[in-house]
Design a protein around this ligand. Structure first.
Ligand SMILES: O=C(O)C(=O)C[C@]1(C(=O)O)C=C[C@@H](O)C=C1
Length: 355
């Protein structure tokens, strides 16, 4: 069977869409018919739903699986659903589910991931692995490795954002840098963004989707429901199939790289200037460290403590102010100087404690 998550086959982002949960044969067909007619080939739908609080709709379970099989007699699509146990895997395989995903609440738990991995052994089903709920890159990598070790090779990952405390903008904070760092470990693995779960609200979905494409994500998984306000789960973040179509039409896809020789030459020239600027930056840092060491020796000689709060407060206030005048993000400068100060303290403590 041809791999679904093959990056090189893609000229445009892979789109996966469908309802948060499968609610009834009518709801499923009314939602997916316009989606399939739009050209969407992979339909998502929750059968088993891990919910944070009891009492929320937890999915219909196995009774929905035959409906999906029936709908495939009328429409051509591949169906993807979340599995969280060996039993889910067994039931879903029995009913011809085409693609599985491991949810964020399962990725955090190596026991669960291992159980799923064991139950997949011997199959060649494509699997998507969502990031863990907490911002832990190793857990995400570990889950991918467990699935790979079970012999599954058609794998994609889904960036759905991370749990947070009082992020008033997002339902799940994107922490894009974690997704970017993940790519350094698996550069050839397809990474799909889930703007629905990051946004938590309809209005933000297009903005997050565009940002994902700007960051060179390979695909999008977006929740869609024919009557979103009446959805049994995630009502606020689902789009009607029409709104989804509009969103997809308005998305700007970016080229992976510069193509013409002329643009490449110009890029090369600017990168050369960046090399020079970085070199100057490092020389300035080297000079700063030498001065910090000099003060360290002076503190040792006079038996004065490393931490000088007054001076540090002054630095922490003035550097971001200087940065603003140069149109540099002051928060970045605060972070950088925070790190530099930590390093000064480490170095000076070493000097003071030297015999
Ligand atoms: O001014 C000093 O006393 C220093 O040692 C330098 C420095 C710095 O990194 O700028 C380091 C540690 C102090 O807490 C304050 C400032």
């Amino acid at each position: 069977m041809e791999a679904i998550f093959e990056k090189s086959q893609l000229g445009k982002p892979l789109i996966i869409a469908g309802p948060c949960s499968v609610e009834s044969p009518e709801q499923f067909m009314s939602t997916i018919t316009p989606l399939v007619n739009q050209g969407i080939e992979i339909i998502r739908g929750g059968i088993w739903k891990p919910r944070t609080r009891p009492g929320s709709f937890e999915g219909l379970g196995s009774i929905a699986l035959p409906w999906i099989q029936d709908s495939k007699k009328q429409l051509r699509f591949k169906f993807a659903t979340e599995v969280a146990s060996a039993r889910h895997v067994e039931e879903a395989l029995k009913h011809g589910v085409d693609i599985f995903w491991i949810g964020a609440r399962s990725t955090v738990n190596p026991f669960t991931v291992q159980e799923i991995a064991e139950s997949l052994r011997g199959t060649s089903i494509p699997v998507m692995i969502k990031n863990p709920v907490n911002a832990d890159l190793s857990l995400w990598i570990g889950a991918v490795e467990r699935i790979q070790k079970a012999g599954i090779s058609d794998i994609a990952v889904i960036h759905r954002g991370f749990s947070n405390f009082r992020d008033v903008v997002h339902r799940n904070s994107p922490l894009w840098q974690i997704a970017v760092e993940f790519r350094t470990y698996f550069p050839d693995m397809m990474m799909i963004n889930d703007p629905s779960h990051i946004s938590g609200k309809r209005s933000l979905v297009p903005i997050i989707a565009q940002k994902a494409l700007d960051l060179n994500f390979d695909g999008l998984m977006i929740e869609s429901h024919y009557t979103p306000d009446l959805a049994w789960s995630d009502a606020e973040q689902q789009l009607t199939p029409e709104d989804l179509q509009l969103l997809l039409q308005n998305l700007k896809t970016r080229k992976v790289r510069f193509e013409s020789q002329e643009t490449l030459n110009q890029l090369e020239e600017i990168r050369h200037q960046i090399d020079q600027a970085d070199h100057d930056l490092l020389e300035a840092l080297h000079r700063r460290m030498e001065l910090v060491e000099k003060i360290g020796e002076y503190k040792k000689l006079n038996n004065v403590a490393v931490l000088q709060m007054e001076r540090w407060k002054e630095i922490f206030k003035t550097r971001p102010e200087w940065a603003e005048k140069l149109a540099i993000n002051p928060e970045l400068i605060q972070e950088i100087f925070g790190l530099l100060h930590q390093e000064s303290i480490r170095k000076q403590t070493e000097i003071l404690d030297r015999k």
